[in-house]
Design a protein around this ligand. Structure first.
Ligand code: FES
Ligand code: FES
Length: 151
């Protein structure tokens, strides 16, 4: 099955079985390794991307479901790492091993797009889709609050 869509603003296509996870298409076909494979079961958030501006688990999204849609990965969140979430992430020195962080950042960006000034409870609830084995949760929380404040 050949599917046409856009990734980070550029046209893309993939020829693979319809049930192929978008995560594999991004990493293996399009060579965009920033989106990570964690659990493959919608439980860890490492694979989070945006589809038409909303967050989505790319491990749970089939190729057949993205015809004509706009996918954004961590590589395309901003041209030069100046998205407010990325700037806040640097200021708060969030990452430890880094493995979970692209997914965390994509969710944080989606949250602030839909709710520019979330409460702490809203942040914790939204970000509960993610697991960080290094326990960077307090810094993630501070970074999202900073990005909300500083834009
Ligand atoms: S790899 Fe998709 S949620 Fe874990
Ligand atoms: S920074 Fe290591 S898993 Fe999150």
């Amino acid at each position: 099955m050949i599917v046409h869509f856009t990734v980070n603003g550029s046209r893309a296509e993939a020829d693979a079985p319809p049930e192929t996870p978008l995560l594999w298409v991004l990493r293996e076909h399009l060579k965009l390794p920033g989106t990570r494979f964690g659990c493959g079961a919608g439980l860890c958030g490492a694979c989070m991307v945006h589809i038409d501006g909303d967050r989505a688990f790319s491990c749970q999204t089939q190729l057949s479901g993205i015809e004509g849609r706009a996918v954004t990965t961590i590589e395309g969140l901003s041209k030069d790492s100046t998205h407010p979430v990325q700037k806040a992430w640097l200021k708060e020195q969030v990452p430890q091993c880094g493995y979970c962080q692209s997914g965390q950042i994509m969710s944080a960006a989606a949250l602030l797009k839909h709710s520019p000034h979330p409460t702490r409870d809203e942040i914790v609830d939204y970000m509960s889709a993610h697991i960080c084995r290094c326990g960077t949760y307090p810094r993630i929380l501070r970074a999202i609050e900073r990005a909300s404040r500083e834009g």
